[in-house]
Every structure is written in structure tokens, then in C-alpha cells.
Design a protein around this ligand. Sequence first.
Ligand SMILES: O=c1ccn([C@@H]2O[C@H](COP(=O)(O)O)[C@@H](O)[C@H]2O)c(=O)[nH]1
Length: 283
Amino acid sequence: MIGFGTRLEQAIDGPGRLCVGIDPHPYLLHQWGLGDDAAGLRDFGLRVVEASAGRAGIVKPQVAFFERHGSAGFAALEEVLRQARAAGLIVIADSKRGDVGSSVEAYGQAWLTPGSPLEADAMTVSAFQGVGSITAPLELAARHGKGLFVLAATSNPEAAAVQTAIIGSGARSGLTVAAGIVADVTDWNRGDPSARIAGVGVVLGATVDFAAYGIDTAAADEGPGTPILAPGFGHQGARFDQVNAIYGAAASRTIVAASRSILTAGPSGLAAAITSHANEVGA
Ligand SMILES: O=c1ccn([C@@H]2O[C@H](COP(=O)(O)O)[C@@H](O)[C@H]2O)c(=O)[nH]1
């Protein structure tokens, strides 16, 4: 079994580090001439998959937009996930699941079990109930060669108050919440020395002032490097030509996520928009 970190490394070294978001906002469905219904979602998702294949290595469906349509939306998402994986794309389900351990285990099974209807290559999870709460999906991911991206310093400005709060007790006492999560994930990854890039990553938004969060992206990880899922470019304000400056030594394991700045190109401009974003983001 090839681990998620190795597959990510191959994607970054091949098609590159751009991750195309599949975010069927209602206004985009309208702009694309599609209905705000399950058929529209399916069509939208499959067109993004088709345009991304060969031009980008990674796609990230935003689960929320499919969930709006209940079971029909999930059926559309299942088809998009299947086609994206069949096209050789790495699929990160942006599901942001989190809960007490016994419940988050079920979320992990839904998104990361081979053969599951919603099988993806990786999912986003929230560890704000404690990194210990996500042990079950961490173990499941390791068992199946899947990945997890743990929210740490998110791109939205209102997150700062919580994510820069200082941890008051325990092994990470004195660190910010965000830095504590990064440290816990980095520790978890120490167990897997086989790859340049580890199987478990963190979400570090490109709009974040990392110094204010006590996060050092120049710090060398011992063993495989923790991959970074980096939203916040384009529509949220961070500049694509600043990836290396923002992420420093960690840039070579940073996945640059972009949704609206690509998707607003519409179905006819999609392939060109992906190519130009991929070129701008570079390696
Ligand atoms: O910190 C975070 C975590 C996730 N996201 C998600 O990424 C995309 C960004 O969309 P854009 O259109 O490129 O702004 C979206 O699905 C968010 O839910 C994030 O923005 N920030």
C-alpha cells in the first residue's frame, strides 16, 4: 500500500501543488447555467474533475454545498468523488468533521474506508475537542493509506481569537491552540519515516500571520514533513505568487487551495483558469 504522503508527494512533483476546489455556490451554479439542484451539483463537479485531470494533482470538494441538497446532494457527491479518484486526482473531502472520539470514528469510516460510498483520499477534521479525540480517524487513515488535514490556523479572520488563545494545561501548555495542534500532528507523523511528506497534515490559511499564532513554518520537522492545506488565496486575499514567501521552508509540502478564483471562469474558461493558476503557483 502506498501511503497518502507518498501519493501527495507524487502529485506535487507531477501536476503540481494546486488544489482545485469544487465549491458549487448557488451563484456559481447560476453563472454556469446549471440548476441549484442535485443534477446541477453533479454536472458542476464532473466538469471541474474533467478540467482538473492532467492540469492539477488535487481536488477538494466542499461537502457543505452538496449537503444543502440532502440525500440527492450526497448522491451527486458520491459520483464526483468516484470520478475524481478514477481520473487519478487526489481527492480531499472538505468535510471538517469533529466530535467526541466514538462519533468522529464514524466520520472517519464514512470518508476514508476503501469501498465506502463517500470514499476520498483524505478529509478535513476539526480537533478543537482535543487532538486526542481524533485518534480513531488517525489510526484508520494510517491503516488504509489515507490522509487527514487537521484545522489549526484557518483562513477566516474571526478564528484568530480562539486559535491564538493560550493552552492552559497539559503537554502543550503555553502554546497557542493553533501551535499546539501543529505540534501534536507533527508528533503523530514522527511514526512514519518512510516518506518525505507525512500522511497527516494541518490547515494553515494563507491569510494568517503565523508569527502572531506562534507557528514557525521554517521549522524543520524531524522525519517526514507535515503537509499543509492552504486555503485563503485569490478570493480571500492572499496572492498566489506569494506561496513561497508565506510558507517558507514548508512551501514544498504546501497544497495551494483555490475555489472561487478558478470557478468564476465558468465552464468554458475552466481549463485555462486551472492551467494559469497552476503555472502561477509553480512548484
Ligand atoms: O481555513 C479554511 C479552511 C477551509 N476553507 C475552505 O476552502 C475553500 C476556499 O474557497 P475560496 O473560494 O478559494 O475562498 C472553501 O471551500 C472553504 O470552506 C477555507 O477557506 N479556509
